[in-house]
Design a binder for this molecule. Sequence first.
Ligand code: RB5
Length: 144
Amino acid sequence: MSEAIIIGSDHAGFAAKEELKSYLLSKGMEVTDAGCYSEESVHYPVYAKKVASAVSEGKFKRGILICGTGIGMSMVANKFKGVRAALCHNAFTATASREHNDANILCLGARVLDWPQIQEIVDLWLSTEFAGGRHAERIAMFEA
Ligand code: RB5
């Protein structure tokens, strides 16, 4: 992996984001950390906006967002044009979100998943290609 990626979290996802950052760096990825930077309580929309706007503007091809459930992050991120944020809970949803939905932001719940689960999801999400074909036709319908 040598791709650049932007990551972000709120306080609930902070510890997982730090672990994720180390992991992605160890894989040779270029990582931009949009915050937050401690476990002090913050508002997840602030960090979802930072990551989603960067992906929407084409500054990054992909991003990862972590909050307690991943729900708030995905709700906010999907308001940005061109963003296809997927809340994934396991290997199947991680793979499907890439193959079928060409997801460009992965949302994770740090209060739902442990680190080995996050690692598995991230590995699959980063390495799975979009299948195209009928799925591209469907994405074109909602991006229009
Ligand atoms: C923070 O307590 C929690 O609401 C947030 O991390 C997230 O789960 C929201 O969707």
